[in-house]
Design a protein around this ligand. Structure first.
Ligand SMILES: NC(=O)c1ccc[n+]([C@@H]2O[C@H](COP(=O)([O-])OP(=O)(O)OC[C@H]3O[C@@H](n4cnc5c(N)ncnc54)[C@H](OP(=O)(O)O)[C@@H]3O)[C@@H](O)[C@H]2O)c1
Length: 128
């Protein structure tokens, strides 16, 4: 229980690696928030983590959603001790492609999800 009374936020904590990280943090006594866009997996994953965790819906490529996620987190828990910036990967409907098939639009979508969202998740979690 090394993380007793610690508050964690795991983006993309509703599935995959993020859910595994959330489980590991919970098993060390942490509480907090998992995020994702899929309400069904958010609900089932939060339920599986038990009462210490809640799910908050949001798209990490939308700055307004990030602001909502952290506003609700501070309202509920009052602090954030651990931020796991995990959401990302494949853009819906846009398979990863070789350079010959990458377009400016697909490049921007991948940068939005895997680079820009990472930067602004870190920025928006700061209580300033
Ligand atoms: N698996 C690997 O081998 C590997 C290797 C290197 C790096 N990674 C990275 O590790 C992270 C997790 O990988 P994974 O394999 O667990 O991926 P995954 O199973 O596809 O899960 C991705 C998670 O991110 C969330 N997500 C995706 N787009 C989002 C968006 N726009 N806004 C909010 N949440 C979003 C998904 O939830 P919703 O769909 O509900 O939004 C889901 O919870 C990713 O960033 C991936 O790039 C994975």
């Amino acid at each position: 229980m090394k993380l007793k009374n610690k508050v964690a936020v795991i983006t993309g904590g509703n599935s995959g690696i993020g859910f595994g990280i959330a489980e590991a943090l919970k098993n060390e006594g942490a509480m907090g928030v998992i995020t994702g866009r899929n309400q069904a997996t958010l609900d089932s994953s939060a339920k599986a983590l038990g009462e210490a965790f809640i799910g908050i819906k949001g798209d990490v490529t939308k700055l307004s959603d990030l602001e909502t996620i952290f506003k609700l987190t501070y309202e509920k828990f009052g602090k954030i001790d651990t931020l796991v910036v995990n959401a990302g990967g494949i853009v819906d409907g846009v398979p990863m492609a070789g350079i010959e098939d990458v377009t400016e639009e697909s490049f921007d979508l991948y940068m939005d999800l895997n680079l820009k969202s990472t930067y602004f998740t870190v920025k928006k979690h700061c209580p300033i």
